[in-house]
Design a protein around this ligand. Structure first.
Ligand SMILES: [Cu+2]
Length: 243
């Protein structure tokens, strides 16, 4: 599945990780939430081989994990990434929570008889994707809006897997009460748009003022047009929204 499963820890938890490579090429795993020697923990695992390591999550936040095998851009653009949320020791206040992993797909010609497509390396090097997606599918939540309650707190964990495009994350019709860059330290109050860097994350807290349809986008609009868009359906809103 793309992205990989969302993992959730609390500060002080130990992640005990084993990677068994059943594929036909080397792979590896890089957890941005870890503080660890990458030449050991993130080394390539050959086909049929495995690796095991542990780390203690020390810093709260919305972190990326991904395959780190060269060329990393190829492994990432083939979908080998996900989000790891580390909660603070004192849990954050109750909210309607969602995790969005933004990423890109660079489509080559069909690789076989079915709909499987290979990856286009030139498009990747030019940072010119065919699709920009939240959680693996272009315009996934524009096609199927996410129901939320109006007025009530919403918390979004946004991780940008890239491999190339910065996410200028914005919710139309809302101002973020708080943005916590990556997830640790002093929040920024009253933000309209916040850049989530490639390989980074941010936590967005907001409320939607009244029932309605509220698009969320990367405000880099070429990327929104390529699928980096979704919709919150607040309350009993119906109909459609153009953006
Ligand atoms: Cu890989």
């Amino acid at each position: 599945m793309v992205p990989g499963p969302t993992l959730r820890l609390r500060v002080g938890d130990t992640l005990d990780f084993t990677l068994v490579n059943g594929a036909i090429m080397p792979h590896s795993m890089d957890f941005h939430a870890a503080e660890i020697a990458p030449d050991k923990a993130y080394r390539n695992v050959m086909p049929g081989d495995s690796i095991h390591f542990q780390f203690v999550a020390r810093v709260p936040g919305a972190f990326m994990y991904h395959c780190g095998t060269a060329p990393v851009a190829a492994h990432i653009s083939n979908g080998m990434y996900g989000a790891l949320i580390v909660d603070p020791r004192t849990p954050r206040p109750q909210a309607q929570e969602f995790v969005f992993v933004q990423s890109e797909f660079y489509m080559g010609p069909p690789a076989g008889k079915d709909s499987v497509r290979s990856m286009d390396w030139e498009k990747l090097l030019n940072a010119s994707p065919d699709y920009v997606v939240f959680n693996g599918v272009a315009s996934r939540y524009a096609t199927h809006p996410i129901p939320v309650a109006e007025h009530k707190p919403i918390r979004l964990y946004v991780v940008n897997a890239g491999p190339n495009r910065i996410s200028s994350f914005h919710v139309v019709g809302a101002i973020f009460d708080k943005v916590i860059a990556d997830g640790f330290g002093r929040p920024f109050d009253g933000m309209q748009t916040w850049n989530v860097p490639v390989g980074g994350g941010a936590i967005f807290e907001l409320r939607l003022a009244e029932p309605g349809l509220y698009p969320f986008v990367t405000h880099a609009f070429a990327d929104a047009t390529k699928g980096g868009v979704g919709v919150f359906q607040a309350g009993n809103a119906t109909g459609s929204v153009a953006h």
